[in-house]
Ligand binder design. Structure first.
Ligand code: SAM
Ligand code: SF4
Length: 334
């Protein structure tokens, strides 16, 4: 393992220090969540367009030497990528401080042990409903049971920090889930976090009226369960609240109603090797082509620094001129 030497911090032109990288390891998925992918799926990337494990490791290693401290693996569904736990072990060896992943949990029970052995530090599992039929309706897969099995399997490893459960909050759907999620958060070690629905869906059905905001949810919850806000960690996306009686925590990620762009510390690498400086970027920087053409680390580092310097000040979801990016959440790596 090499100790990273950071000569010059990775910083954008608005003075934001960039130390968090999201890597999409595949655009493919075994679910078809309504807020993410069309029922028929998408035109998948060709296999040779997708970064190999060695290429991901080289880029992550370089970025760690440039000041990236946290790496989250996502997709598509990371666990549909063959031998994914091997990638976890390869990335852990780069010296990254915190290696985490986001998964729909369907294949988690099968891979939990290998992920922990590979050195995964933390995991988020996405669950939008705790009722079988409604889970089926939203994900278009009748798989709640397998996902809960996966959650239990990974929860058995104390090496992995507390598992977070993420639910996308959609008006007209999520209101009926809130009570169950609160009881779930209060009776398990899982912190449940509601994420506002963002305009990154494959069906392009998003409209502002479907966003159930974090504040609306909090008010709904507080009608039955008083909450106490916890101190927000720098660059944290979630506002976290403890239940006032001390039983469990609940969080709200409010990118639409309370954008956290001002202290955003993230960049993203797509499965086909494009660097994106914002979920809502309309431009990307191709790192795959130079990598395969034999560019050395100094050249790739220069390209990364130029891209980071141009990181967008903020997203424009709430502006009249907002343009939904071509790529969906699954293709960018949520
Ligand atoms: N397949 C994995 C999963 O679902 O956890 C990882 C990839 S998924 C794109 C990452 C996260 O993005 C999930 O928590 C998912 O719920 C969330 N997500 C997807 N589309 C979204 C949207 N339109 N708005 C808000 N969150 C979204
Ligand atoms: Fe797949 Fe995750 Fe998108 Fe659902 S949110 S379709 S599980 S990538």
């Amino acid at each position: 393992m090499t100790t990273p030497v950071v000569d010059q911090p990775l910083e954008d032109s608005h003075g934001r220090r960039i130390n968090d990288l999201r890597v999409s390891v595949t655009d493919r998925c075994n679910f078809r969540c309504q807020y993410c992918m069309p029922a028929e799926g998408l035109a998948w990337m060709e296999r040779d367009e997708v970064l190999t494990f060695e290429e991901i490791t080289r880029l992550v290693s370089l970025m760690v030497s440039m000041g990236i401290e946290d790496v989250r693996l996502t997709g598509g569904e990371p666990l549909v990528r063959r031998d994914f736990p091997d990638l976890v072990a390869m990335l852990k060896a780069t010296g990254v401080r915190d290696l985490s992943m986001t998964t729909n949990g369907y294949l988690l029970a099968r891979h939990a042990e290998a992920l922990v052995r590979g050195g995964l530090d933390r995991i988020n599992v996405s669950i939008d409903s705790l009722q079988r039929d409604r889970f089926f309706e939203l994900t278009r897969r009748d798989s709640l049971e397998q996902v809960l099995e996966g959650l239990n399997a990974i929860g058995a490893y104390p090496e992995i920090g507390p598992v977070k459960v993420n639910a996308v909050a959609i008006r007209g759907f999520t209101e009926d889930e809130v009570g169950r999620f609160c009881e779930f958060a209060r009776s398990t070690d899982n912190q449940v976090r509601f994420i506002e629905f963002m305009p990154l869906d494959g069906d392009r059905n998003w409209d502002p009226s479907k966003v159930l905001t974090g504040n609306e949810l909090r008010e709904l919850i507080e009608a039955s369960y008083p909450l106490i806000e916890k101190e927000r960690e720098p660059s944290a996306t979630a506002r976290v609240f403890a239940f006032a009686d001390g039983k469990g925590e609940i969080g709200f990620i409010n990118p639409v109603s309370e954008p956290f762009c001002a202290d955003c510390n993230r960049i993203r690498l797509t499965a086909d090797g494009k660097l994106r400086t914002c979920l809502f970027s309309l431009n990307e920087t191709d790192l795959l082509t130079p990598l395969r053409d034999g560019a050395d680390n100094a050249e790739i580092e220069r390209m990364i620094r130029v891209a980071v310097a141009g990181k967008e000040l903020r997203h424009h979801i709430n502006d009249i001129e907002f343009v939904q990016p071509e790529r969906t959440m699954s293709a960018i790596g949520g």
